[in-house]
Design a protein around this ligand. Structure first.
Ligand SMILES: [Zn+2]
Length: 549
């Protein structure tokens, strides 16, 4: 009886099935969803059955052994990768966010990422190593079947079983959904897909003289008031309005903007265009929206429209490199692009104030009409790399109202330190924003406008000890939007303007409005500042499945 049980337990399909219990465990604990767990289990069963059969057949072969180890390792890696994405970031492996991050990320970002997520990463890896070791020890190394075969039992069906299970494995990969779940194919599949999209963007850039977007550009016009104009758009990074004192946060994170408060319009109900940098910037600066994310491929950017109508366009960025990723492709539609971040070290050179000099040069440029886009590094993780010493004022605050509140909610001391560093980054951001704004006020006291938005927010121990991108947190979506207009600007449509609900994926309409551009690309009903603005067109607002109205 016991021997029979051992024999059954030793059969390759049974041992492969035992592997499938692991994704099931991840599912039961809520770390993977049913589709992820189901595919991982199926893939494990299909891959391990033939691998184990071949091992029975050739117990001494190094190649077979290496294949088996590689297969098990890949299966584990696949599960851990998906679990980390889902548990830490609330995303799946095929989300654009992940694919873009894999392609656009540079060394410094990767390092910042590892520092930021050390704890959960270590927990996941630790669990995976234990499970890997356990599975190897009980199901591969101590296989009762191998002991049986050692006793010289004849099993003439073994080669057939190995071959049949191999064929089943291969045939199962005709199914594209299973193929995409296999990490061997997943990486190249998504890489190729993203590379194709980049290629399309590159073609779009080259194609601006002809084709669909040129037809749209040809029909644009400039309103009569826009003979001379300077529009500054500052794009922040990982900046949630929940941590701005201008929006009521308990720490004084906006002392410099507060001094300019009377001259600012501070919008109180604006949501990010997307949860990730690339998605957000693409949606803010093109016709692409949450509902139609692909529109950037066929429609010109705000920069292209501005250039067509005689604006000189500047793109000044303290993140990314000129030749990598999607944002530089968008940026390349400008007349002047400056990338200040050399991106490898924590040096002074990557603090956002490096943008002030190229910004001053852009303001000094004699062009009649200018659009200046400034992309900050803002409060990108890891937060403690984002501000000079002088702005580290919250670093050691462990007993002010905010820290006390977090402690009462049960946050760990290290989570509070993350919050403290984040607030220092916001404070430094306030300083940079004030200097950018004052630069414009001094240089262009008339016919000018300055707009600040963040690409998205951030969850910094707001709901748990976690800090970082979290699509499921309000703080990821609730961003500041601050506007300054020179005193000669036309009167505003509505006194209650700043309470209007908005989504930044429609920001292109607001920008075109500010630039005075009219035509097919511009819809005044979606322009946050227009008298024709219709909030019904924007609502209901649903981000990552949650309602925001
Ligand atoms: Zn971002």
């Amino acid at each position: 009886m016991m021997n029979r049980f051992k024999t059954i337990l030793g059969m390759p399909p049974v041992r492969a099935l035992l592997f499938s219990l692991l994704p099931l465990g991840y599912y039961v604990t809520g770390t993977l969803n049913y589709s992820q767990a189901g595919k991982a289990a199926l893939l494990g069963f299909l891959m391990l059955t033939p691998a184990l059969y071949w091992r029975e057949l050739f117990p001494a072969s190094r190649l077979v052994r290496a294949t088996l180890v590689t297969a098990i390792f890949l299966l584990f890696l696949n599960i851990v990768f998906q679990a980390v994405l889902r548990h830490i970031f609330g995303v799946q492996q095929d989300d654009v966010l992940v694919v873009q991050a894999l392609i656009n990320t540079n060394v410094e970002e990767t390092r910042g990422f590892i520092v930021q997520y050390l704890r959960p990463l270590a927990a996941h890896l630790g669990a995976a190593v234990l499970l890997f070791a356990g599975y190897w020890f009980f199901c591969v190394r101590l296989s009762p079947d191998r002991q049986a075969s050692g006793r010289g039992e004849r099993r003439p069906w073994l080669p057939a079983a190995a071959c049949v299970s191999t064929v089943i494995l291969l045939v199962s990969h005709v199914n594209s959904s299973l193929r995409k779940a296999n990490p061997l194919f997943y990486i190249s599949y998504h890489y190729q897909k993203a590379a194709r999209e980049m290629e399309m963007a590159r073609e779009l850039r080259e194609d601006l003289a002809g084709g669909e977007s040129a037809a749209i550009l040809g029909k644009l016009s400039l309103d009569s008031a826009s003979r001379r104009r300077t529009v500054v758009l500052v794009i922040g990074e990982s900046d949630t309005r929940r941590n701005w004192s201008l929006y009521g946060y308990g720490r004084q994170t906006n002392p410099e903007l507060a001094k300019l408060r009377d001259r600012l319009l501070v919008f109180s109900d604006v949501l990010a265009a997307d949860g990730s940098t690339v998605g957000s910037i693409t949606r803010m600066l093109t016709a692409a929206t949450a509902e139609q994310p692909e529109l950037w491929k066929t429609s010109p950017t705000v920069m292209a429209a501005a250039r067509r109508l005689g604006y000189k366009v500047f793109w000044l960025a303290n993140q990314g490199a000129a030749n990598r990723g999607m944002v530089p492709i968008l940026a390349s539609q400008s007349d002047v692009t400056v990338f200040t971040n050399r991106g490898m070290d924590r040096g002074e050179s990557s603090f956002d104030e490096v943008l002030l000099e190229p910004y001053r040069q852009a303001l000094d440029d004699p062009a009649e009409r200018k659009l200046i886009v400034v992309q900050l590094l803002g409060a990108h993780p890891a937060y403690n790399f984002r501000y000079p010493e002088k702005f580290s004022v919250f670093e050691k605050r462990i007993d002010d109202e905010v820290a006390e509140g977090l402690r009462k909610q049960g946050r760990a001391p290290w989570a509070i330190l993350f919050r403290n560093a984040y607030d220092c980054a916001i404070l430094y951001g306030d300083h940079v924003l004030a200097r950018l704004l004052q630069g414009l006020m001094m240089k262009e006291p008339s016919s000018s406008v300055w707009l600040y938005v963040s690409d998205h927010g951030q969850d910094v121990a707001h709901h748990s000890d976690f800090s970082g991108h979290n699509q499921n947190a309000r703080e990821q979506w609730e961003v500041p939007l601050v506007l300054w207009r020179s005193p000669d600007s036309p009167p505003l449509a509505d006194a209650a303007l700043t309470a209007r609900p908005y989504r930044n994926d429609l920001l292109d309409h607001t920008l075109l409005g500010l630039l005075g551009i009219r035509g097919d690309l511009y819809d005044p009903e979606l322009d946050l500042l227009s008298a024709q603005f219709k909030s019904e067109r924007i609502m209901p607002r649903k981000m990552a499945g949650a309602q925001y109205d």
